[in-house]
Design a binder for this molecule. Structure first.
Ligand code: ADP
Ligand code: MG
Ligand code: MG
Length: 254
């Protein structure tokens, strides 16, 4: 089943065209990796999908489960099951992480016509999910990401994802700044959340993460376009030959 269908997507920021015609089809059960050099437009693509207001869509179309994604505001996209883990998660000092997580969870539950959880019920539920990510319950009482290390912020993002059970998860550079233990824990969490009804788009500069999460497709972005699409081996080619080594290859239709 097709979850996401991107056709000829173009987008600008401050009047500068960054995305110059992206085509991508993501079906349920699939994991896609989007790789590319710094500045190739990977984060811009992720943010446009999430509905970030700084970016103007100037062409093309994006359908999510057959509906025009751009008819939905960012909150509606989240409720519809699109989840974006940011490269730089925000801190919300003074707001308890447990409160924030429960609010996010209950909002989505209500939208799906399911029961909300009171603080005590939620506490039990979230603690189970935290075990998966080897996170101490202490992180529930702290401010949202307040003083969290890079790795702890990434785990907290994946915890949100575990709670919200999105149909489409987009992880932007979730591997950056993670030591090898944190990388193992985070990727293990992502793997356990992946199932045949959802899909994951991993945005990453490095092949390293793909030792832990095996993608079905690897796409290489350059200058706002996908210039190559292949299987998981394409990531190893990149590691061996660098982005320049594949840069002159003929584009392959996604
Ligand atoms: P990547 O994630 O692949 O490293 P980005 O999507 O972050 O690339 O950036 C792509 C290009 O868009 C870069 O040249 C970057 O400088 C530019 N860009 C992104 N956001 C803005 C912005 N708000 N204003 C101006 N240029 C931007
Ligand atoms: Mg970057
Ligand atoms: Mg980026």
């Amino acid at each position: 089943k097709v979850l996401l269908e991107v056709r000829g997507l173009r987008a600008t920021v401050n009047g500068i065209e960054i995305l110059k015609g992206i085509d991508l089809t993501v079906r349920s059960g699939e994991v896609h990796a989007i790789m590319g050099t710094n500045g190739s437009g990977k984060s811009t693509f992720a943010k446009v999908l999430a509905g970030h207001s700084a970016y103007q869509v100037t062409g093309g179309s994006v359908l999510f489960e057959g509906k025009n994604l751009f008819d939905l505001d960012p909150a509606e996209r989240a409720r519809a099951g699109v989840f974006l883990a940011f490269q730089y998660p925000i801190e919300i000092p003074g707001v308890a992480n447990s409160h924030f997580l429960r609010l996010a969870y209950n909002t989505v539950q209500a939208q799906r016509g399911k029961d909300e959880l009171d603080p005590l019920e939620f506490e039990d539920f979230v603690r189970e999910k935290m075990k998966l990510l080897e996170m101490s319950p202490d992180f529930l009482d702290r401010g949202v990401n307040e003083g969290f290390s890079g790795g702890e912020k990434k785990r907290n993002e994946i915890l949100q994802m575990a709670l919200l059970e999105p149909r489409l998860a987009i992880l932007d550079e979730t591997d950056s700044g993670l030591d090898i233990d944190a990388l193992r824990i985070v990727t293990n969490g992502v793997n356990r959340l992946a199932n045949r009804d959802n899909a994951t788009i991993l945005v990453t500069h490095y092949q390293r993460m793909l030792n832990y999460i095996v993608p079905d497709f690897v796409h290489v972005m350059q200058s706002g376009r996908i210039i190559r699409t292949g299987g998981k081996d394409l990531a190893f080619d990149l590691e061996a030959h660098g982005y320049d080594g594949i840069g002159n290859a003929q584009p392959v239709a996604a």
